[in-house]
Design a protein around this ligand. Structure first.
Ligand code: CU
Length: 430
């Protein structure tokens, strides 16, 4: 009897969970990938973007909704899209990593993704998952609380999305492929971007720099996304603190801070109250580099501007609290302050019992290579626990199709076939 009751209870919980999910709305988006010309830093280049916009269109949902995104590729090479941080329970074939869960969407064709929002709430983003095309193909995902519920913080007066990005004046995929072939370090941004715009420190950018215009006394929810290709960034607003209330589609215990550090791929929700004397202030980002050479990492700027009548001074106030590029202790102090909200409504399920301890060392080293294939006889190679990865002869999709589906083999046998075709090279001890 007791077991029957337990089973009934489990069924009720399961069906109510499914019921909540089913209640979500369904949205449809059309994404058209096309080359478009952009001019930044006095230089014009063509790059692939979605719906002629850079950053790309915003996907807006409530928690529990489902989105269908029909992607039409009008570019000249294959691309996939990834829904960064969306867990997609039991829906891996819409996740997007090229050659892992799908083949690239070929030029002239289209593919419809089904994106399931389950537990996420806050801000995430989508981006291309093919070489470095994500540099120009990305956009925000705004996930509002489920209908009938609210944010676990006072309702902000307004919202703003700030997408931080990277600018290269050349075809970045060509450069990355060349660098990988010769074992050189990966390209570095020529400028960082606030919503597609470099700051006022660059030639040709003063008049187009991004401005966040605010009203004195109002509180703004800023959805900050680091879409820069490979750089951790320090961020600060002159004379203002922000309160970090969310990260990567989940809530945090509110953390008031004068600066923050955000990794590539990460998102943060910030509350900003416009409570300082009305004027113009710089908001600034600088690359955080822990092994850097002399300070060649200038701050890139945008403007926080109060509405109203006051005399505009020539130069906004600069955030003096923005740490130096190599200020590890400041960055770690900020990062150590981040805690999940873990409230009754937003619990954090962290395993309490540890059964295995693992040591994982991630490193970048140099390996010897044939001088005819690389520039200086040494090539860069990244490794986990001293093992580096070489592309297998058979990709996961082919292995799955050829060995698992066709012959109905067991999953473990499928994995063993995959391993047979995959070569993990053991890197030299540095
Ligand atoms: Cu991603």
């Amino acid at each position: 009897m007791r077991q029957l009751l337990a089973e009934l209870l489990a069924l009720v919980i399961l069906s109510s969970t499914l019921f909540c999910w089913v209640l979500g709305d369904t949205h449809y988006y059309e994404f058209v990938l096309r080359e478009k010309k952009y001019t930044r830093l006095c230089n014009t280049k063509s790059m692939l973007v979605v719906n002629d916009s850079f950053p790309g269109p915003v996907i807006r949902v409530h928690k529990g909704d489902t989105v269908f995104v029909n992607v039409h590729n009008h570019g000249d090479y294959g691309v996939t899209l990834h829904w960064h941080g969306v867990k997609q329970p039991r829906n891996p074939w819409s996740d997007g990593p090229e050659y892992i869960t799908q083949c690239p969407i070929q030029p002239g064709s289209n593919f419809t993704y089904k994106v399931l929002f389950s537990t996420e709430e806050g801000t995430l983003w989508w981006h291309a998952h093919s070489d470095w095309t994500q540099n120009s193909v990305h956009g925000a995902i705004v996930i509002m609380p489920a209908k009938g519920t609210d944010h676990p913080f006072p309702k902000p007066d307004e919202e703003e999305i700030i997408v931080l990005g990277s600018w290269y004046s050349y075809d970045v995929n060509k450069r990355v492929n060349y660098d990988l072939a010769i074992g050189a370090d990966l390209p570095r941004e020529e400028a960082f971007l606030f919503n597609g715009q470099p700051g006022g420190i660059f030639n040709c950018s003063r008049d187009t720099q991004y401005r966040l215009v605010v009203d004195y006394g109002k509180t703004y929810l800023i959805r900050l996304i680091n879409a820069a290709t490979s750089s951790e960034l320090l961020f600060a607003i002159a004379d203002h603190n922000v309160t970090v209330v969310g990260m990567d589609g989940a809530y945090l215990k509110p953390l008031s801070t004068s600066f923050l550090v955000i990794s590539p791929g990460q998102t943060m929700n910030l509350l900003l109250t416009a409570n300082q004397p009305p004027r113009q202030y710089y908001m600034a980002i600088r690359q955080y580099v822990t092994n850097g050479d002399p300070d060649v990492y200038p701050a890139n700027t945008a403007i926080l501007e109060y509405r109203g009548n006051y005399s505009r001074r020539p130069d906004p106030v600069f955030p003096s609290q923005l740490p130096s590029y190599i200020n590890i202790s400041s960055a770690e102090f900020f990062l150590a302050g981040l805690r999940s909200l873990n409230s009754k409504e937003h619990p954090a399920f962290v395993p309490q019992e540890i059964t295995h301890h693992m040591y994982i060392v991630v490193s970048v080293k140099q390996v010897l290579c044939n001088p005819s294939e690389c520039e200086i006889g040494m090539a860069m190679a990244s490794a986990m626990n001293n093992i580096t990865f070489l592309n297998p002869h058979v990709d996961v999709l082919q292995a799955y199709y050829r060995y698992a589906l066709r012959s109905s083999l067991s999953f473990s046998l499928f994995l063993s076939y995959l391993h047979a075709d995959t070569y993990f090279g053991n890197i030299m001890q540095a």
